[in-house]
Design a protein around this ligand. Structure first.
Ligand SMILES: *Cc1c(COP(=O)(O)O)cnc(C)c1O
Length: 390
């Protein structure tokens, strides 16, 4: 496929799709594929869900954009709906995950200023991924995405993910300067690393004790993916700030930063903004996505099918010599292999008509649409067993 006019940032497979429905995609030759990636956790209600298609059509015929110089009814509705399902109070809308995290980091700066911290630090995790703007890149921990971009903003303290004792040590050394902790409940990009049970709850307690903001990046875990609306709900806590994107628009670009009112109120008119952020189309589609997730019971389906997938994989591939570890939460499932698995993405597509992803070279990452059914889960397992078995 000639692509001489595209900057060489991606290495796409020599294939593309013409249409999709639910968990299926078809290429130009009408070959059918089973989608266990969902555009990287984006098309969670499935491809071309009829209600999403209708919402886009209808809104396109009414109004696409007016700017935030005027009230946007769908934006207000979406903020209220998100507050209702998350327990957070106020929202700011962006166009992507990285921008939502930038919004969170800006809130952390304002919070530090409010507390009189002069050189504020945000605690972030080893193997974190928060996006590719310079700020979120600095918060991320993957040498491949950071390479060549120095100098990066440096106001981060990095600690091992899932280990509390190190955080307590930090309190001694840097307690006065720390203003927030930014963490993914499950680290997706670095290979589906699930926080140990109790970790978020303990982080919440530490943040309360130290007056730090607990900021959760639920860009990949949010909107039902892990078996709850949001991953923090597994632990019965509330963060101070949470970011969303990916599945929120099911393919229409939208990101959101949600916060408790006390934190959100650190913004004042003019202190942050976005031209496209929260436009009528994106917000209406996101409202429709939330309705579908609720009415089709998708968080519960994600919990059930995630378990079916993980247990099925344990039985079908767990014993294979190439498999190192199986792990997951809801419909975020990782199969860590002993050696690099990059060729598997192409082979899965060519030989098994199955779309998967490989994270950090050695972990197969499965993120099927949350609408996936028993038969499709069994088919994913069958095709993966065939792929890994030979
Ligand atoms: C995808 C992702 C991002 C970045 O989102 P973009 O929309 O690509 O900017 C940030 N954090 C997490 C956890 C993600 O999975």
């Amino acid at each position: 496929m000639p692509a001489h006019h595209l900057m060489p940032t991606y290495q796409p497979l020599p294939m593309s799709f013409s249409h999709g429905a639910g968990c299926k995609l078809w290429d130009g030759e009408q070959r059918e594929y089973l989608d266990a990636l969902a555009g990287v956790a984006v098309t969670s209600v499935g491809h071309c869900h009829p209600r999403v298609v209708d919402a886009i059509r209808e809104q396109a015929g009414q109004l696409l954009h007016t700017s935030n110089h005027y009230g946007i009814q769908w934006q207000q509705r979406l903020a209220a709906r998100l507050a209702q399902v998350s327990g957070m109070e106020q929202a700011f809308f962006n166009n992507s995950g990285a921008e939502a995290n930038e919004t969170a980091l800006k809130l952390a700066r304002l919070y530090a200023q409010h507390r009189g911290i002069e050189r504020p630090l945000v605690v972030v995790m080893e193997n974190a991924f928060h996006g590719r703007t310079l700020g979120t890149l600095a918060a991320s921990d993957c040498s491949a995405v950071r390479l060549g971009y120095k100098p990066l903003p440096g106001e981060f303290l990095r600690v091992p993910f899932g280990e509390l004792s190190v955080l307590h040590d930090l309190t001694q050394a840097f307690g006065e300067r720390i203003c927030a902790v930014l963490v993914e409940p499950v680290q997706g990009e670095s290979g589906v690393r699930v926080a140990p049970p109790g970790y978020l709850k303990a982080l919440r307690a530490l943040c309360d004790q130290q007056s730090w903001l607990l900021m959760l990046d639920e860009i990949q875990t949010g909107i039902g993916r892990t078996g709850q609306w949001f991953a923090f709900q597994h632990e019965g806590i509330l963060p101070d700030v949470m970011t969303l994107a990916k599945a929120l628009g099911n393919g229409i670009p939208i990101g959101a930063c949600l916060a408790r009112a006390q934190v959100a109120q650190l913004f004042t008119p003019g202190s942050h903004g976005s031209t496209f952020g929260g436009n009528p189309l994106a917000c209406r589609v996101a409202c429709t996505v939330l309705d579908i997730v609720e009415q089709e019971g998708l968080p519960a389906n994600a919990a059930r099918q995630g378990q079916r997938l993980l247990e099925g994989l344990r039985a079908a591939v767990g014993h294979l010599p190439c498999v190192k570890q199986l792990r997951g939460l809801g419909l975020m499932v990782g199969i860590e292999l002993h050696s690099p698995a990059r060729d598997l993405v192409r082979r899965a597509a060519d030989e098994q008509r199955l779309l998967i992803n490989v994270a950090r070279g050695t972990t197969i990452r499965l993120l099927p649409p949350l609408t996936v059914d028993d038969g499709q889960i069994d088919e994913i397992i069958r095709r993966l067993a065939a792929l890994l078995g030979n």
